[in-house]
Design a protein around this ligand. Sequence first.
Ligand code: HEC
Ligand code: HEC
Length: 217
Amino acid sequence: MYERAYSYILAAGLALAAATASAEVDLEAAEKLNTEVCAACHGAKGVSSVAEWPSHAGQHADYIRHQLELFRDENRYDPQNLMTSNAVGLSDQDIRNIAAWLAQQEPPKPAEGVDPALAEQGERIYYAGIPEEGVAACTACHGPNGEGIQGAQFPRVAAQQQTYLVNSLKAFKSRERKSDRNAMMRDIAGRMSAEQIEAVSAYMSTLGGEPQVAQKQ
Ligand code: HEC
Ligand code: HEC
């Protein structure tokens, strides 16, 4: 009886030690990797200046880790093969390091100069979905301020590059990007028109400043 309880405690202790060890990250190594490899396309601090290439600063570590594993295993659509070749050589530890470092960087600033009428159309889709097409509200998974949900692999979309958002939604719609579990995003984007994709992407690029929901009250 006591013996069994003891072995349980021992097993729990070992599991905890293993989890702690695997959670250790080397942020200095991550910054070095970023400078040497990733910065050319994603920016020195994870904020991209190229419309087609995503920013990762402030993105959830679990989402970044998962996407890097997909690229590394050649399971994520990469139309110009720009990303896969940079991921194939990464170790699990590199991936943990860089994901933790990127998540800690200051997120990109909301886009300015976005067409207000387009953003307004996008705002309606973001918070209410498109009921007549069966499109769920984006806010349910990507959060009221585009912050996403850490732990659920629901990515942050606030202030993401607008062109990258459009391209991602089109890639889900055409079902070329298959990285979404249960085809969640393929289903949603598949029900949206090109114009609705443009509008909601414009709106998402303006998120990430003061909390929008609080502002409206
Ligand atoms: C030659 C340019 C280039 C380099 C270098 C590069 N990437 Fe990328 N990366 C891209 C492109 C382009 C995409 C978007 C692919 C697509 O269209 O979905 C991308 C996508 C990503 C994504 C997915 C983002 C998302 O929101 O889903 C992550 C994470 C990522 N890169 C991390 C890295 C890391 C970490 C490094 C360095 C080890 C790196 N990249 C190096 C071009 C690059
Ligand atoms: C049921 C949850 C859910 C809903 C609702 C949802 N999304 Fe997503 N979305 C996800 C998940 C999960 C991913 C990550 C998929 C992956 O791993 O590639 C994602 C990814 C995305 C991406 C790609 C982000 C990146 O960095 O590559 C965009 C853009 C996006 N969603 C836009 C939307 C829009 C616009 C709506 C509303 C019309 C919406 N989503 C509704 C779950 C959801």
